[in-house]
Design a protein around this ligand. Structure first.
Ligand code: SAM
Ligand code: SF4
Length: 325
């Protein structure tokens, strides 16, 4: 079974948010005061999340990324992940975390069957990290990364590059790949919590490559299946690799293969699109066919792409934490 949209794209990747709560307050993701908390009863129960994931896999999803808010703040997560890992037809189960609680939980994630971890880290300097995350402790994230490495998790470190904030650290992040088989991915800043000034913070991918080329010999490499929108590179002779994700300067909508589900059960086919379907009523019932149909219909209506390059159509501010990135 496969999900093909109106533009011939095969949709096989689901980003599943398990909570809207977070233990950080990154400036690019949410406002300083945080986001209005969704009432506990509105967040999907694990049973509902599993029902949704089962339907998604039946219609053609092959990869699930568990995200948030911060997924590791949700109680009982490893048991849920183990259920996901056991879904017949699911080829990849991966998770994105800010790493703060990872040192304590990495072993349980591994035992549950999570195959890979993406860890968001925007600075290697404690003060800059604390400023970007509004109070986060870099050491806890570094301890989480070390714990995940010790368990043999394949790791991707995701850095959102922001002009005048952390763009001076691009080469230092890339240097992490020299001796270790990790992937460091540089992500262009997207308009979310801060829409007005996003263009001044945006460092286009071409400039990120220039920053890298000043210090390293960087070679382009190939792409793997289910690999998402990253353009991949390697520093000559390095153990790890580098990815560049350019949603703004070189948007990859033509290759987009994903759906996103919020913690309250709203499914969206485009991060910046207005189409959204509330699956909660269907998840409360037992009509598996209706659930599959709703997913198929959403995929049929998936827009060709976002239009962020048209300033007049810039989106209203939103918390990325509510959607899961
Ligand atoms: C919303 S977070 C959820 C998972 C987890 N809390 C974390 O930070 O990894 C998922 C990803 O979205 C990214 N993100 C959030 N706001 C962004 C923005 N304005 N531009 C680019 N990436 C953003 C984060 O850096 C993170 O890698
Ligand atoms: S990016 Fe992740 S860690 Fe940072 S505030 Fe958003 S959800 Fe939390």
């Amino acid at each position: 079974m496969s999900l093909i949209d109106a533009y011939g794209r095969r949709i096989n990747y689901l980003r599943l948010s398990v909570t809207d709560r977070c233990n950080l307050r990154c400036s690019y993701c949410m406002p300083a005061q945080g986001v209005a908390k969704v009432a506990c009863g509105d967040v999907l129960r694990y049973e509902e999340l599993l029902k949704l994931a089962q339907a998604a896999v039946r219609v053609g999803i092959e990869k699930i990324r568990v995200t948030g808010g911060e997924p590791l703040v949700r109680k009982g997560l490893p048991d849920f992940l183990a259920e996901l890992a056991g879904l017949p037809g699911l080829r990849q189960l991966v998770l994105t975390t800010n790493g703060v609680l990872l040192a304590r939980q990495a072993a349980a994630l591994k035992a549950a069957g999570v195959q890979r971890l993406n860890i968001s880290l925007d600075s290697l300097q404690p003060e800059v990290f604390a400023r970007v995350t509004r109070g986060g402790d870099l050491n806890r994230v570094l301890a989480g990364i070390a714990a995940a490495e010790a368990l043999g998790f394949p790791l991707k470190i995701n850095m959102v590059v922001m002009r005048g904030v952390n763009d001076g650290e691009v080469a230092d992040f890339a240097a992490m790949t020299l001796a270790k088989p990790i992937t460091v991915r540089f992500i262009e800043y997207m308009p979310a919590a801060r829409v007005d000034d996003f263009r001044s913070l945006l460092v286009p991918g071409s400039e990120i490559l220039d920053l890298l080329a000043r210090r390293f010999r960087v070679e382009a490499t190939g792409r793997g299946p289910l690999c998402g929108p990253s353009r991949n590179y390697r520093i000559a002779g390095a153990a790890g690799s580098i990815g560049l994700i350019t949603p703004l300067s070189g948007h990859f909508c033509g290759e987009c293969n994903r759906l996103r589900v919020t913690a309250t059960g709203t499914v969206r086919s485009c991060l910046f699109g207005s189409d959204a379907v509330d699956l909660k009523p269907l998840l409360a019932g037992n009509d598996a066919a209706a659930l599959e149909q709703a997913l198929r219909r959403l995929v049929e209506g998936k827009p060709a792409g976002h239009r962020l390059d048209e300033p007049a159509l810039a989106p209203a501010p939103f918390a990325m934490a509510a959607i899961g990135g």
